[in-house]
Design a binder for this molecule. Structure first.
Ligand SMILES: [Zn+2]
Length: 189
């Protein structure tokens, strides 16, 4: 078993049905902290939210991750900084998994670096668009690779990109009741 585990919590902590997603990032915060945040919000309605885990920044509704925009927003005069968790870090911390990808074939062993680079690039592009898209865990064993993601879209996008580059068979199964997607890719031959 080799591979990289990006998860901050074991998978067992994940309960998709009962894990209410807290988009405000208040997971693990005590009451005092929440009250303090409310006071800050009351005093400065235009506060800039900054993710305390990944440094993503949100001045309005949209979260941004590119360093230049972050610097511009943070340096804007007269805006208070409000530490919180971005939607992606909140999901990772909660162990929320909405997508699962399994890649199977000799390419996983023989072209593992290429596959990893491809996934990293997709991940970076996706995060720039919306920090909610994250990889929660990543395991490789022999000719199989499994990736858990915080969004269905990311899992689907990874599967489609692998098929585009390496051919093979792609099977995408949405599980509507659970808002979950399983993506299977198998190399031919
Ligand atoms: Zn974050």
């Amino acid at each position: 078993m080799s591979g990289k585990n990006i998860s901050t919590r074991p998978r067992s902590s994940w309960n998709r049905r009962s894990d209410a997603l807290d988009m405000t990032g208040q997971i693990g915060r005590d009451r005092t902290d929440t009250e303090r945040r409310k006071r800050v919000r009351k005093r400065t309605p235009g506060a800039v939210r900054v993710c305390s885990a990944c440094a993503a920044v949100s001045a309005e509704k949209r979260w941004v991750t590119d360093p230049e925009t972050i610097a511009r927003i943070r340096n804007a005069a007269g805006r208070a900084i409000e530490p919180t968790l971005c939607p992606g870090c909140a999901r990772v911390r909660a162990g929320r998994v909405d997508g699962w990808v399994r890649l199977e074939g000799q390419a996983v062993r023989g072209q593992e670096d290429e596959i990893r680079n491809l996934v990293y690039n997709i991940l970076e592009d996706s995060r720039r668009d919306d920090p909610v898209h994250r990889v929660v865990s990543w395991h490789t064993a022999g000719t199989k690779m499994e990736i858990e993601t915080t969004s269905q879209w990311l899992a689907e996008t990874i599967g489609k990109a692998i098929q585009r580059d390496l051919g093979g068979e792609l099977d995408i199964r949405f599980i509507p009741d659970e808002e979950f997607v399983r993506v299977y890719w198998k190399q031919r031959g």
